[in-house]
Design a protein around this ligand. Structure first.
Ligand code: COA
Length: 382
């Protein structure tokens, strides 16, 4: 296998972007990445997308996006892995370059969620239909059950979860691409409307539009495109049971642990070697569970991390410096790529007010469903 680098990135603003179509969002992010690398050709494109067929009635995204980019003829295919579609697309691109099959591959994620479809219903198609969705459960409901299980096992309180939102909104306020650029207080979070008990509005990621793209090539060709390549040290996908009820411990995200353990092994690193992290905080409780499963904190101690400043900018292990899904937004197919872009920019020293000093190794963790799939990428400044 060849060593692989990310050499360029592009990303739209996240939010309710009614003025842009699905294909325009994709093209904006992809063109920014291609322009930054001064690349006018591609060998292949992977489009991360969860549900354009349901959100905007559009399937067959591979050729559509290649064509709209002016690259009809290039190999191009959609990758679907629910909210981890972006991470899975990045992994597909990584494998294609690592294998030697292609030298210049675009991994781009896109989702347009605000065009009128019932987002809650569309998102619920990523749950187990026979065991969960047909009975009325939604993703806020599934994560509320995870929160209850975590509270029972470890004493996690509503206030612990509120601190995750406070931290991520604080980070997101510094991110010009974020959907919500305003800080919130613990009192505001705990006073916001109940969505699925115990999860409140300000403990949920929003419904968003947006796109994000990265360009990959073999590390030994990276200097053609940039003087600051970022190496992909590991790219791993793992799965768990689809239905939450089938997990031995619903408060522990075992696919996240599996993907992380395999990624640390592949990169020959341990959790304490990582300087900056993006995790899949689709709901505040998810960030607490993810940092535990990634081994960044002990299991059961995740609830203290945001409150104590451990995971804040300036803390020992900054988590979700982009604002996370909570504040930056969560256009589901784009999220995994956007997470990788935050790490890419951090490692290149381009994160501006959000910069983590001397960050050399970063990790991005992207999740599908209630944790049925998890993708981990470990990146390193070269
Ligand atoms: N965080 C902060 N503010 C939010 C928000 C969020 N998650 N979602 C909406 N808002 C704001 C809106 O901007 C709007 O503000 P305004 O009145 O100042 O314009 C207000 O709250 C009402 O927005 P609306 O779109 O009517 O909210 P809603 O009640 O329809 O949706 C949720 C709120 C939480 C139900 C929705 O965002 C949601 O379903 N989130 C979860 C998405 C999800 O499941 N993703 C997959 C994860 S696995």
């Amino acid at each position: 296998m060849r060593e692989v680098a990310i050499v360029a990135a592009g990303m739209t603003r996240f939010g309710e972007l009614w003025e842009s179509s699905l294909r325009d969002l994709f093209a904006e992010a992809a063109s920014e990445a291609l322009t930054s690398a001064k690349a006018d050709r591609l060998d292949s494109i992977y489009v991360g997308n969860m549900a354009a067929g349901q959100f905007v009635g559009q399937e067959h995204l591979g050729p559509l996006m290649a064509d709209h980019l002016g690259m009809a003829g290039v190999a191009s295919v959609r990758v679907e892995c629910a909210c981890a579609s972006g991470g899975a697309a990045l992994r597909s691109a990584f494998l294609e370059v690592a294998s030697g099959a292609s030298d210049l591959v675009l991994a781009a994620g896109v989702e347009k969620m605000t065009d009128g479809a019932d987002a809650t219903e569309v998102l619920a198609t990523a749950a187990d239909q026979e065991l969960e969705a047909y009975h009325g459960i939604t993703f806020p409901g599934l994560y509320a059950m995870i929160a209850r299980a975590h509270a029972k096992a470890h004493g996690t309180t509503d206030e612990d979860m509120a601190w995750v939102s406070v931290k991520n909104h604080k980070h997101g306020a510094l991110n010009p691409k974020a959907q919500f650029r305003r800080e919130v207080t613990v009192a505001e979070v705990l006073g916001s409307s109940m969505v699925a008990d115990p999860l409140r509005l300000l403990q949920c990621s929003p419904v968003s539009d947006g796109a994000a793209a990265v360009l990959l090539c073999p590390l030994d060709q990276a200097k053609k495109y940039t003087d600051r390549p970022v190496k992909i040290r590991a790219s791993v996908l793992a799965t768990s049971t689809m239905a939450l009820a089938d997990r031995k411990d619903p408060s522990f995200l075992d696919a996240v642990k599996l993907s992380a353990d395999r990624a640390y092994k592949a990169a020959d690193l341990k959790p304490s070697d990582v300087h900056v992290v993006e995790v899949h905080d689709c709901f505040a409780i998810a960030e607490i569970c993810c940092i535990e499963a990634l081994g960044l904190v002990e299991v059961g101690k995740g609830r203290h991390a945001a409150r104590e400043g451990l995971t804040a900018l300036g803390g020992k292990i900054p988590v979700n410096t982009s604002g996370g899904l909570k504040s930056k937004g969560h256009p589901v197919g784009a999220t995994g790529i956007a997470q990788a872009i935050e790490i890419f920019e951090q490692l290149r020293g381009e994160a501006g007010a959000r910069q983590v000093k001397n960050a050399r190794i970063g990790l991005a963790q992207n999740m599908g469903g209630s944790g049925a799939s998890s993708v981990v990428h470990i990146l390193e400044r070269v």
